[in-house]
Design a protein around this ligand. Structure first.
Ligand SMILES: NC(=O)c1ccc[n+]([C@@H]2O[C@H](COP(=O)([O-])OP(=O)(O)OC[C@H]3O[C@@H](n4cnc5c(N)ncnc54)[C@H](OP(=O)(O)O)[C@@H]3O)[C@@H](O)[C@H]2O)c1
Length: 310
């Protein structure tokens, strides 16, 4: 039986494995996405032990939320935790907006697209430059008291901005980049979050597929693929990551599991990670990733992987 993880001190719970949905309806982010495949990805997730869906207005400018809303009608809403985000303001060309008015309107509009009457986790997707952070959070606290959202999150905030946002203790969860190959959060962010009972969700946990073991160092990406520009996929850094991932292949063989399963199992065992939310372009990837819920790394293997990527 998979343990249920509490988000902050709220009454939102999830299994430790969620689904990232930037490739579900995220036509502005990835080429050649298909909405039916996106819906199939959600269905497969929700029937394979995944209970948290991570979306955002910015994924297809509402399209990802709409697709989730359509599929959600086939499932028991109370068993699914929906996390969404807003900050990109269409009225100003997508500039970040954290004003109380904008956030309140964003929640109302997301509720309609998701065809639901509450959002489990609502994140400010990116900080804007002008709104005092505690004022933005106070607007979300009002929405929480009104039952429209159940947990308050921030994403892409610096630690100083998180502290400012959390002045009144209202922040429940933080989402930021963290993976075996991007571990800055461990130094200062994780201790602060632990001391303040704030949950953490890492994004890019598979480093956009690099940590699944499917690449060799001679791979090249077409210019329209964002990986062609990402530093992790270039030159010596790329080669050194692939060498480390190849070491995980040996551990994976012992568990009769894929590299993706082992890497996801490492986050599941990591005490600072609440829910890990790998994205997917195909239902088969979700089926594979969901198997990580049944991989229980020994402490020794957890430490071996930890040290390998230090
Ligand atoms: N808060 C934020 O600002 C922010 C920013 C970025 C992401 N996010 C969230 O975090 C989630 C995760 O990030 P991400 O999806 O960009 O990156 P990711 O989880 O690191 O990588 C996902 C990609 O890896 C590949 N993949 C997944 N499972 C696989 C498997 N079992 N075998 C082989 N390949 C597999 C797929 O791409 P290919 O098939 O193309 O290889 C998939 O799209 C997003 O979906 C989104 O919800 C949030």
């Amino acid at each position: 039986m998979t343990e249920n993880i509490q988000i902050g001190t709220t009454d939102v719970y999830s299994t430790p494995l969620g689904l990232g949905t930037n490739a579900v309806g995220g036509h502005n982010l990835f080429p050649n996405l298909n909405d039916d495949t996106g819906k199939a990805i959600i269905r497969v997730a929700l029937t394979n032990g995944i209970t948290l869906l991570d979306t955002a207005f910015a994924y297809g400018m509402g399209r990802s939320e709409e697709l989730i809303g359509e599929v959600l009608k086939e499932f028991d809403r109370s068993k699914v935790a929906i996390a969404t985000k807003a900050a990109h303001d269409p009225a100003s060309g997508g500039a970040f907006n954290n004003t109380p008015e904008f956030l309140t309107r964003s929640v109302e509009e997301a509720l309609k697209r998701l065809q639901t009457d509450y959002i489990d986790i609502f994140y400010i997707h990116f900080p804007d430059e002008t709104t005092p952070k505690n004022e933005a959070i106070a607007a979300l606290q009002k929405l929480k008291e009104a039952g429209k959202i159940k947990a308050i999150g921030v994403s892409n905030f610096s630690l100083a901005q998180i502290k400012e946002a959390n002045q009144d203790g209202f922040v429940d969860i933080v989402e930021d980049e963290y993976s075996l190959i991007h571990r800055d959060a461990e130094t200062e962010l994780f201790p602060y979050l632990r001391d303040n009972k704030i949950s953490f969700v890492p994004y890019f946990p598979l480093a956009s597929g690099l940590l699944t073991g499917k690449y060799e160092s001679d791979v090249t990406f077409p210019p329209e693929d964002i990986r062609s520009k990402k530093a992790d996929f270039q030159g010596e850094r790329f080669k050194s990551i692939i060498e480390k991932v190849n070491q995980i292949k040996l551990i994976a063989a012992d568990y009769n599991a894929s590299v993706a399963e082992i890497v996801l199992a490492w986050y599941i065992k990591n005490p600072f990670v609440a829910v890990v939310i790998p994205g997917a372009k195909k239902p088969e990837q979700v089926i594979n990733n969901a198997k990580a819920l049944n991989v229980h790394l020994t402490e020794e293997d957890y430490q071996r992987i930890d040290v390998l990527f230090r």
